[in-house]
Design a protein around this ligand. Structure first.
Ligand code: ATP
Length: 200
């Protein structure tokens, strides 16, 4: 069975591709970002560690983590980002592996779902999770376009968008390690066409 790992730079189109794979191709998708959110749910041990380190001002009135506040700490401080990732990545890896194995075992054969499972892992290379997949697709677009999409969607300043981009491995390095590069520099239709071709 193909286990497709989707990665790429922030805001380059990973979710767009995985949503399409789920809706049009009916492939099961596991999303590392959603699992990383679970890791810091109210009452979780990781959230307690975060509060111990940075203080309870990071907790909103409803008890959930203020991700924007945490983001502003870790995206401007590489050592703190490393600490946070050391807390969260092992949790994400364990859940991804368990869920992946469950899907492999339970998915019926002779359906489109049996063809492939999709794992969306933004930090696939940085967090050394390449062993969880059998092939790697990197979604890519020029940095100028990436910055534009990030600023628009996340309401970030140019400096904030650049800091987030710099916190990850460069897209050139990711492209070098891809089995397939999906060029998302033009239209959604063009992107979708590449995805369809990759599955045919
Ligand atoms: P993140 O790393 O933040 O999770 P991502 O890589 O999953 O982001 P998307 O959320 O898929 O990226 O896309 C980022 C933004 O760019 C979204 O608002 C999406 O609608 C838009 N977008 C993606 N591809 C295109 C495209 N080809 N044309 C226009 N807009 C696009």
């Amino acid at each position: 069975m193909r286990i497709i790992g989707i990665t790429g730079g922030i805001g380059m189109g990973k979710t767009t591709v995985s949503n399409y794979l789920a809706t049009a191709h009916h492939l099961p998708v596991l999303d590392a970002d959603l699992i990383a959110r679970e890791a810091v749910e109210p009452g979780s041990p990781i959230l307690s560690k975060i509060i111990d380190r940075y203080g309870s001002h990071l907790i909103r009135l409803d008890g959930t983590l203020d991700r924007a506040k945490l983001g502003s700490i870790v995206f401007s401080n590489p050592a703190e980002r490393t600490w946070l990732e050391q807390q969260i990545h092992p949790f994400v890896r364990t859940v991804l592996k368990t869920e992946r194995d469950r899907l492999i075992q339970t998915h019926p054969t002779n359906t489109e779902c049996s063809v492939a499972i999709v794992l969306v892992i933004p930090l696939l290379f940085e967090a050394q999770m390449t062993d969880l997949v059998t092939e790697i697709w990197v979604v890519s677009c020029p940095e100028s376009q990436q910055i534009q999409r990030l600023m628009q969607r996340e309401k970030l300043s140019l400096e904030q968008a650049q800091a987030r981009i710099r916190s990850q491995m460069s897209i050139d390095e990711k492209r070098d390690r891809a089995n397939l590069i999906l060029d998302n520099s033009t239209t959604l239709e063009a992107l979708i066409e590449q995805v369809d071709r990759a599955l045919s």
